[in-house]
Write a protein that binds this ligand. Structure first.
Ligand SMILES: NC(=O)c1ccc[n+]([C@@H]2O[C@H](COP(=O)([O-])OP(=O)(O)OC[C@H]3O[C@@H](n4cnc5c(N)ncnc54)[C@H](OP(=O)(O)O)[C@@H]3O)[C@@H](O)[C@H]2O)c1
Length: 338
């Protein structure tokens, strides 16, 4: 057997301006030693995650996390099998949650890894419903949205990894849930399979009128995943003391100007309606991980929370799939099996 193994990986070739394109990425092949140095492991990636935040990492400038530099491997969560280990904590065959990003056979420090028990749930769920997106939904909705029975919860990007979980948790907490998604297939799914009370297509010509009709008692919680046009329509429907967890603004990630979240009119409604608009990053609630795993694990095994994964085969297909994610082409939690 050769002393090395071929690691194929995708790096950022150049920073994008606006929507990323194929030339912003480059596929590289590097040889990794089969015997990792002390304290490290050699991994085989089973799945890696594609997430909207990765677009933000490609930009220079200050954000909540450090920017990726040109030539750097595209970052992200991964589920991997340990092939070789120089750490007492891991053995070949272990399945681990890692942060090794878009590569097939990465080497990693053992310190950043967490073991996954494959007997509890399909291992891919550690990147989705039982992982970062599921925890984002759980912590953002419960801590900031503070749902109460009978309240109206509106959620954007409702068929996606975060939004689909938000709506289903909202139903469990007794809310009337209105989901907003792009297209007939996604709206049918959130209504008929996930049990949302109402599903609206944000691309429909009469979307504004339908949103108003769907919320006869106003909106108590708006879970913001998108920004832009939807926010402009939601804001006038918010009730006094409504809560708005600001989770993501995907409509603005490619430099497109969004709605008037900070405009004078919006600010006036914050005062007059005593709105609570709060941004958050899932890591703010890291201490609630055990609560999340207990509750979400229970809901998933009882069937109260369902999830959908959109699995793309092949490392090279990560680039078009990522660009598609930024345009709503994915349907469910987007994963790559490299
Ligand atoms: N704060 C945090 O810690 C945190 C953590 C994870 C995720 N997030 C944010 O949560 C949001 C959802 O993430 P996710 O991983 O669950 O992704 P996702 O919903 O699975 O996929 C993104 C969805 O966004 C919608 N979308 C894309 N471009 C859009 C545009 N220009 N205008 C309107 N909608 C657009 C599309 O859905 P439709 O086809 O239905 O429009 C697309 O399928 C993102 O904004 C993400 O950045 C935040």
């Amino acid at each position: 057997m050769a002393d090395t193994i071929l690691n194929r990986r995708i790096v950022m070739a150049a920073r994008p301006s606006g929507m990323p394109a194929a030339e912003n990425f480059r596929l590289e092949e590097v040889a990794e030693p089969r015997q990792p140095p002390q304290g490290e492991v050699l991994l085989k990636t089973l799945f890696f995650s594609l997430d909207p935040y990765m677009r933000g990492r490609m930009d220079a400038g200050p954000s909540y996390a450090q920017a990726l530099e040109p030539g750097g491997v595209m970052e992200g969560g991964s589920v991997c099998e340990v092939l070789a280990s120089q750490s007492a904590d891991f053995s070949p065959g272990d399945i681990v949650l890692a942060g090794t990003g878009w590569q097939t056979h990465p080497r990693a420090s053992a310190r950043g890894l967490r073991k996954i028990d494959p007997s509890l749930a399909p291992v891919s769920t550690a990147l989705g419903i039982l992982g970062m997106p599921g925890m984002t939904a759980y912590t953002g909705l419960l801590n900031i949205g503070t749902p109460k029975p009978g309240e109206t919860l509106v959620v954007a990007a409702a068929s996606g990894a975060v939004g689909s979980a938000v709506g289903q948790i909202g139903r469990i907490k007794g809310c009337r849930v209105v989901g907003i998604a792009g297209g007939e297939e996604k709206t049918r799914y959130i209504r008929d399979e996930l049990g949302f009370d109402v599903a609206l297509d944000h691309r429909a010509a009469d979307f504004a009128a339908r949103l108003k009709t769907a919320c006869p008692d106003g909106i108590d919680i708006y879970f913001e995943n998108v920004g832009g046009a939807v926010w402009d329509l939601v804001r006038p429907l918010l009730n006094n003391f409504a809560r708005v967890p600001v989770c993501g603004l995907i409509a603005q990630y490619n430099g497109v100007a969004g709605g008037g979240m900070g405009s004078a009119v919006a600010l006036r409604s914050v005062l007059v309606k005593r709105l609570r608009i709060q941004g958050f990053i899932v890591s703010d609630f890291a201490a609630q991980r055990e609560d999340f795993l207990r509750d979400m694990g229970g809901w998933v095994s009882s069937g109260q929370v369902k999830y959908r994964e959109d699995v793309v085969e092949g490392l090279e297909n990560a680039v078009p799939a990522f660009i598609g994610l930024l345009q709503g082409h994915n349907f469910g939690k987007l994963l790559v099996r490299p």
